[in-house]
Design a protein around this ligand. Sequence first.
Ligand code: HPA
Length: 276
Amino acid sequence: MSDLMRRLDETASWLRARIDAVPKVAIVLGSGLGALADAVSGRIEIPYAEIPGFPHATVPGHAGTLLFGTLEGVPIVTMKGRFHHYEGHDMETIVYPIRVFMCMGIGNLLLTNAAGGVNLSFAPGDLMALTDHIGLWADSPLRGLNEDMLGPRFPDMSKVYDPLLIQLADSVANRIGFALQHGVYAWCRGPAFETPAEIRALRMLGADAVGMSTVPEATAARHMGMRILAISCITNMAAGILDQPLTHEEVMATGKMVEQRFSALIAGIAGQWGKL
Ligand code: HPA
């Protein structure tokens, strides 16, 4: 067994010993989107710092705990706080929790994030299902020796985000009373927001939204054959679209503004996903 598999196995066994049911869906909560956690019942909350092998979070708005429980009767685990490249973590560290989930037997991954709107028809507060992503300039979390026990050397990326799950998300949003946007998410390094010229370039490349997360996790999850859905909260229009500077406070404030709708959507999706 490789060193990575041994470490993953140790973390997964440690966590499994602390819960009754293996979660059906793992949910990663983006910046300012932590309120969903309040809707979780039967809670077992474990700070990252207590979990053997787990990295530690550093960004304000990212609490850094793993929360097990149920949402609409479906056993789930949520990551309150994720790991970003701009914090200095390498890609293997960023995707470690996702690999742990798979090693625990959790095959379904719901990623959420805060993102800037690149598509001019979007508005702050919109929620967008990712149909695809652009991560050409992101280091791959799969770089280095392939871990054959996790997945193939050259994984297919033609349908990272499951079309059936996007349909499911659409129908939950419609039931709540709003329409989900659909679009392509472009990964950027951060932590500086993009320049207006970079946003114009990304728009020409086909991006609808831009953010600093999700692509590494989705890549590692796809490598392992997980079923993936990802939802962006458009917290601001991307640089240069409006004549105003971008701030982390705006990102957090919009997250707060849409938290009820966002939480209802994620809970509804988990409830439906549990029945698949
Ligand atoms: N750019 C990159 N990441 C982001 C943005 C943005 O405009 N908004 C929220 N996360």
